[in-house]
Design a binder for this molecule. Structure first.
Ligand SMILES: CC(C)(COP(=O)(O)OP(=O)(O)OC[C@H]1O[C@@H](n2cnc3c(N)ncnc32)[C@H](O)[C@@H]1OP(=O)(O)O)[C@@H](O)C(=O)NCCC(=O)NCCS
Length: 132
């Protein structure tokens, strides 16, 4: 369910960051690689909390740029754990862009991704997830 602002209800974004001109590509929209890095950072937050220690990104299962992001948009990344294995955590990240248009704020779902993180030990080897 979405709120009046168009953002998901009863959820807190793990990251909110403005899309500034330094992140734009030649065409004036925001470089996809910058959005990918924000998504990876966002997904790592619940994964690291769950793993209670270091994690690495193991795989990007899916990544969809559904709508463009433009300079001046405020992006909000929501990240939820959707699966856990012995050492791995799969996180779904949804990204919304908010765009001020006169007196209105337009909210657009722009990106959706699923990433797999693996908990690692001090030698960089997979580590079993701790009990919840
Ligand atoms: C993460 C790493 C330590 C895992 O080592 P590995 O020998 O591949 O370990 P495994 O094959 O046992 O896989 C570990 C877990 O990842 C899962 N996994 C492996 N490949 C996967 C893939 N392509 N997609 C989804 N999950 C995958 C496995 O199912 C396993 O999960 P489980 O323990 O919950 O069942 C190693 O691959 C690595 O160091 N990768 C580089 C990470 C990195 O530098 N990331 C970028 C910067 S953070």
């Amino acid at each position: 369910m979405l709120t009046e602002t168009g953002l998901p209800e009863n959820k807190v974004p793990v990251i909110r960051v403005p899309a500034t001109p330094t992140k734009a590509n030649k065409g004036g929209s925001i470089f996809g690689g910058w959005i990918m890095s924000q998504v990876d950072i966002a997904g790592s937050i619940p994964a690291e909390m769950r793993a209670k220690g270091p994690i690495v990104t193991r795989a990007v299962d899916s990544f969809e740029f559904k709508k463009p992001v433009f300079v001046g948009d405020l992006i909000s990344c929501y990240a939820d754990i959707i699966n856990e294995g012995k050492t791995s955590i799969t996180v779904k990240v949804d990204v919304y862009a908010q765009r001020i248009r006169g007196a209105d704020i337009e909210t657009i779902m722009v990106t959706e991704a699923k990433l797999v993180y693996v908990a690692i030990d001090k030698n960089g080897k997979p580590r079993a997830l701790p009990e919840k």
